[in-house]
Write a protein that binds this ligand. Structure first.
Ligand code: PLP
Length: 448
């Protein structure tokens, strides 16, 4: 039994059932436990170890910064903080903008909402987000999300959130028959919701530009259309890039795939910002948003905002993405991974749809019947046959992220091609076994 199974309350777990190996170290796409068992990481743990485990340059930067200066508050300047803010503004093309640092993704989203409300002069303004989305597990994060796991806690969250249906073309909530139709209907719903609520009462639309852990990948036409709707209504658009940023979708920030037509007013970052080597999030805002805040006191703050150790980790992470050309690598490996999954779909009837592929991120949605699209399990219950696939993969030393009827693929961008190939070949075999299990006649009720 794990030495922490009786003392630590772990996230997203049933305490009495939590019992996991103790991780001792890692390198690249692999990590290992204290018993020496090695695991190939096909999800970058929580979609955050984009640079792999224990990236040497990031580790070194943390060590050097620790020797120099661990901490100072926001009342004082810190060298790595200044340099990181400058670099983020350059990479995003938010010239003249500003960066507010947080500790992770949920507080980045909460702060982005506060800043959008103050900057727009709508302190009580509504925020439009999507059903089936995830923006964090703090109370405001929960209120902003459309997440089945935290629905019951929603009334305790903040006021003033309106949810719209997602651009989920495989099961289009608007009855669209193509990706193009789905994208059009879902983006128009953002516009009509703003119109219904009145633009002067809406402070911002907060959404992910591409991928999400809820397994929906927006069709290409969606994000520019949402940008057009929000621009026409004079409402800020906040891109949640917590998961989709830093190469996960093939670009520094997923909205950049659409060029200026996709540029938001604010974006939130975390996870890949340091490649999870240190906890850090950020809100990056345009010059126009920053300008609106310039003479207003900022009535919010976090003790560890812009922590020098974490900022040093962030700077080293950005350098590593660049030096190792990881955006390009993510795009080419992502295309290859997506093609391989599509090829598997031809052989495995349980694969209903394969999504993603803009970078090293893909989703496989499993179905009981491909013709009727009957889900393997109702959202977001983890199907036992899929749970078994996950357990078999782990026993073979490969970790996949599973959610409901989905397999999520988000390996570190540094994964070796032969390791990716190994994981996908294993999956191919396990999908054949899953297909047999779900289609074999049930023996229930047979008497001796
Ligand atoms: N936003 C998105 C899109 C996420 O995927 C997550 C975490 O999974 C968050 C926000 C919350 O980030 P954190 O867990 O760092 O608070």
């Amino acid at each position: 039994m794990s030495p922490e199974s009786r003392t630590v309350l772990h996230t997203w777990s049933v305490p009495a059932r939590w019992d996991a190996p103790t991780i001792a170290g890692g390198a690249g796409a692999w990590f290992w436990d204290v018993e020496g068992r090695r695991y190939l990481d096909m999800s970058s743990l929580s979609e955050c170890c984009n640079l792999g485990h224990q990236h040497p340059a990031v580790v070194r930067a943390i060590q050097e910064q620790a020797a120099r200066l661990c901490y100072t508050t926001s009342a004082w300047g810190a060298e790595p903080r200044a340099r990181l803010a400058q670099r983020l503004l350059e990479l995003s093309g938010f010239e003249g903008g500003r960066v507010y640092f947080t500790l992770g993704g949920a507080d980045a989203n909460e702060t982005a909402v506060k800043l959008a409300r103050w900057a727009s002069g709508k302190p009580q303004g509504l925020i439009v987000t999507r059903e089936r989305s995830y923006h964090g597990a703090s109370y405001a994060g929960i209120a902003l999300s459309g997440d089945a796991r935290t629905e019951a806690q929603k009334p305790l969250g903040m006021r003033g959130v309106v949810h719209v249906p997602p651009p989920y073309s495989y099961r289009c909530p608007f009855g669209g028959r193509t990706e193009q139709e789905s994208a059009g209907f879902a983006a128009a719903a953002v516009g009509s919701t703003i119109a219904r609520e009145q633009p002067e009462r809406v402070a911002a639309v907060l959404m992910e530009a591409d991928a999400g852990t809820n397994g929906i990948v927006a069709p290409d036409a969606y994000w520019p259309a949402v940008r057009a709707e929000t621009r026409a209504a004079g409402v800020y658009l906040i891109a949640d890039e917590v998961m989709s940023g830093f190469g996960r979708c093939g670009e520094w920030f997923a909205w950049q795939r659409h060029g200026e037509a996709g540029r938001p007013d604010l974006m939130t970052l975390a996870k890949g910002l340091t490649g999870a080597h240190a906890p850090l999030g950020a809100v990056v805002m345009s010059a126009e948003v920053a300008e609106s805040l310039e003479m207003k006191p900022i009535p919010t703050g976090l003790t560890y905002s812009g922590h020098p150790l974490c900022c040093a980790a962030g700077l080293a992470a950005l350098q590593a993405y660049e030096d190792e050309r990881l955006m390009e690598r993510s795009r080419s490996l992502g295309r290859a991974m997506h093609a391989r999954l599509l090829e598997m779909q031809e052989r495995h009837a349980a694969i209903g749809e394969v999504r993603g592929g803009h970078g090293l991120f893909a989703v496989v949605e499993l179905v009981r019947d491909r013709a009727t699209r009957e889900p393997l399990s109702p959202w977001d219950e983890l199907d036992p046959d899929l749970a078994r696939l996950g357990a078999d993969a782990r026993a073979a030393g490969v970790c996949f992220a599973l959610r409901g009827n989905l397999i999520l693929f988000a390996p570190p961008l540094v994964i070796e091609e032969r390791d990716l190939d190994h994981a996908l070949s294993l999956l191919d075999r396990l999908l054949a076994e899953l297909g047999q299990r779900i289609h074999e006649p049930k023996t229930q009720g047979v008497t001796a």
